[in-house]
Ligand binder design. Structure first.
Ligand SMILES: *[C@@H]1O[C@H](CO)[C@@H](O)[C@H](O)[C@H]1NC(C)=O
Ligand SMILES: *[C@@H]1O[C@H](CO)[C@@H](O)[C@H](O)[C@H]1NC(C)=O
Ligand SMILES: CC(=O)N[C@H]1CO[C@H](CO)[C@@H](O)[C@@H]1O
Length: 303
């Protein structure tokens, strides 16, 4: 906890210069009082600094793990995040600056829209950058107008059987190699409710649980069996992912984040380890009292 160490140091200097004759026992007493103050509010250790740039955040998790709460928060903080759907802003920017190639569907026999492009999924952009050996920073670098945009990727995988796309697992090595400065996170949720929520996600043309089970070669016999098999598959896959992340040399830090319980500051210490944050980040942490939004803001179908 660097920030606490820092406030301790500042306090000690103050105490010894102002009241140098103070007894050691007194310092200890007063230190504990001061620490109680600096811990509350929890974001007190962060310093707003307009010169701080937004690092890139990449979430390696599957959907329905709290990605909408995460997206809403990062949006307000100014990361201009991309959730699973790339939206008009990025589509327009890619078109305007001559990078329509990143919108192509790299999946053999993949479904295209009427213009011959993929369905506006960020997963295709991710796969295309990997194929080209490019960093996802290329999206921010399109033009000075996109400089501070598209700094977070909150949900990458897309299951649209027979298209099975989850590059954060299948192409993890390349993704990490091409994006060495990104801050990697894994949103997690209690596994039973996570998988249940995926299976409930049946809104044509998407069937998240069913398509995921097909892609992972699991049984589709009935929802109960699918639930159990998916729980095991998701658990195993995330465990393998964590093992692979810790095996990189130098190690690549991965933050597991439970948005229903963890404070926003847990994510922000990972993203801004020295505690200096863009002012909008500090403002949003305070405004939300350091909590991610808890209501399920994602009631609408992924269509
Ligand atoms: C979809 O478009 C890509 C190029 O973006 C092409 O290679 C592919 O064959 C097309 N798929 C179909 C089914 O037409
Ligand atoms: C499912 O089976 C296909 C065909 O054998 C294979 O290519 C694919 O990798 C399998 N998927 C998983 C997640 O194991
Ligand atoms: C330096 C300082 O503020 N010392 C105070 C620490 O707290 C005790 C009471 O707990 C005071 O008596 C000291 O003056």
């Amino acid at each position: 906890m660097k920030w606490r160490a820092r406030s301790l140091a500042v306090f000690l200097v103050a105490v010894f210069s102002v009241v140098s004759e103070v007894a050691r026992a007194d310092v200890v007493t007063n230190l504990s009082v001061l620490q109680a103050v600096t811990r509350d509010p929890p974001e007190a250790g962060f310093v707003a600094d307009a010169s701080v740039k937004y690092p890139m955040i990449i979430n390696l998790a599957f959907g329905k793990s709290g990605t909408t709460s995460l997206t809403e928060t990062l949006k307000k903080m100014g990361f201009n995040p991309v959730h699973w759907y790339i939206g008009f802003e990025l589509t327009d920017a890619l078109t305007q600056f001559g990078r329509m190639d990143l919108l192509e569907n790299p999946f053999p026999n993949g479904r295209n829209n009427s213009q011959g492009y993929a369905h506006g999924r960020i997963v295709d952009v991710v796969l295309n950058t990997i194929k080209n050996g490019e960093s996802l920073e290329v999206l921010s670098a399109l033009d000075s107008s996109t400089e501070n945009k598209f700094r977070a990727f909150t949900e990458i995988p897309m299951w649209e059987w027979p298209e099975c796309k989850y590059p954060q697992i299948t192409h993890l090595d390349e993704l990490v190699r091409l994006n060495p400065n990104a801050k990697y996170i894994l949103t997690v949720r209690e596994i039973h409710s996570h998988v249940h929520s995926m299976i409930e996600w049946r809104h044509k043309p998407r069937d998240m649980g069913g398509d995921m089970a097909r892609c992972a070669n699991l049984s589709l016999e009935n929802d109960q069996i699918m639930q159990l098999e998916l729980e095991k598959w998701v658990t195993d896959t995330n465990n393998q992912l964590k093992k692979r992340m810790s095996a990189f040399r130098p190690p690549v830090p991965l933050l597991e984040l439970e948005v229903s319980e963890d404070p926003i500051s847990k994510l922000m210490w990972h993203v801004f380890p020295d505690g200096r944050v863009p002012p909008q980040v500090e403002y949003e942490m305070k405004r939300r009292n350091d909590r991610f939004p808890r209501t399920n803001v994602n009631q609408k179908a992924h269509v």
